[in-house]
Design a protein around this ligand. Structure first.
Ligand code: PAF
Length: 285
């Protein structure tokens, strides 16, 4: 496995290949990331993963400084999973000057849900993903990149970015990987105490409950949706959580469903803080 830091090194490592298969990450790898590599690798002729904790997508009060950096373990996992090239730029390699040009996703998609509670998050994500795509795919007529459904809204923003800039990159969506109990795998699970880890399951249980109730409302969902969402947020609140949102949306654009929406076109999404840790999860209905 090749480890490269700079753009020229990356380009040299990829120059002999035709179709890179790429998994961008911020490191602290878990089975969710490795499943993305497994999904992408057979679709290309060289498997590339990036490890870069992107300052641009963190708000000043968020966990950029404490975000877990587990370089050696990450490299061992990537090597065992068949990764060919790891791109791990230093900040100055990816941002050699202040990034004043940014990619601003459609606010209808990016200023709701995660974007409402983490303003600027998707500008930071879209900007770094565009730079990483440029780094990995420049000089290649085709490529694939894999993103997890765990970050559902991020996946949709990236799909829209690729479509609207007509990038020759196929986006693959990896299913959320869960522990045996059902907890969605996330690097931020590492912040949880043992007791919090057991409690953390309640977010996915609340989302499943919300999905089931939404289904049983059928055509009445639009008028009863907000009250229903509030009742599931209250359930979590009563257990000591601080929910940002638990909501039923259309998969296609993450807007509120109308009475016409067939049930299988919906998704439930949630974000809530447990102690000092903010967790997100979702289920397609
Ligand atoms: O999902 C992530 O880990 C990050 O948002 C990404 C896509 C690597 C961009 O920094």
């Amino acid at each position: 496995m090749h480890i490269v830091r700079t753009l020229p090194e990356l380009r040299a490592a990829l120059s002999a290949f035709e179709k890179p298969a790429f998994v961008p990450t911020m490191g602290n790898l878990h089975d969710g990331h490795l499943a993305l590599l497994k999904l992408a690798k057979p679709e290309g002729d060289v498997a590339v993963a990036s490890i870069f904790v992107n300052r641009l997508q963190f708000l000043p009060h968020e966990d950029f400084d404490s975000y877990p950096r587990t370089w050696e373990a990450d490299c061992a996992k990537l090597e065992a999973a068949g990764c060919d090239v790891v791109f791990a730029p230093r900040e100055a390699d990816l941002y050699p000057e202040p990034q004043t040009f940014k990619v601003h996703p459609d606010p209808r998609m990016a200023d709701i849900l995660e974007g409402q509670f983490r303003p600027g998050f998707f500008v930071g994500v879209a900007t770094v993903v565009m730079k990483l795509f440029q780094a990995v795919f420049a000089g290649h007529a085709q490529g694939v990149a894999a993103f997890g459904k765990k970050d559902y809204q991020q996946l949709m923003v990236i799909r829209q970015l690729v479509r609207q800039f007509a990038l020759p990159i196929e986006i693959l969506a990896g299913e959320t990987q869960r522990t045996a109990e059902g907890l969605a795998m996330s690097s931020r699970n590492g912040y949880l105490s043992e007791a919090e880890r057991a409690e953390a399951l309640q977010l996915s249980l609340a989302l499943r409950g919300l999905a089931q109730s939404a289904l049983s409302l059928g055509q009445a969902l639009p008028e009863k949706r907000e009250a229903l969402e509030q009742s599931f947020m209250s359930l979590l609140q009563d257990r000591g959580w601080k929910p940002d949102y638990l909501t039923v949306r259309r998969r296609v654009d993450l807007q509120a469903p109308t009475a016409q929406e067939p049930a299988q076109s919906l998704v439930v999404l949630g974000a809530a803080k447990l102690g000092g840790t903010r967790l997100i999860d979702n289920f397609e209905i």
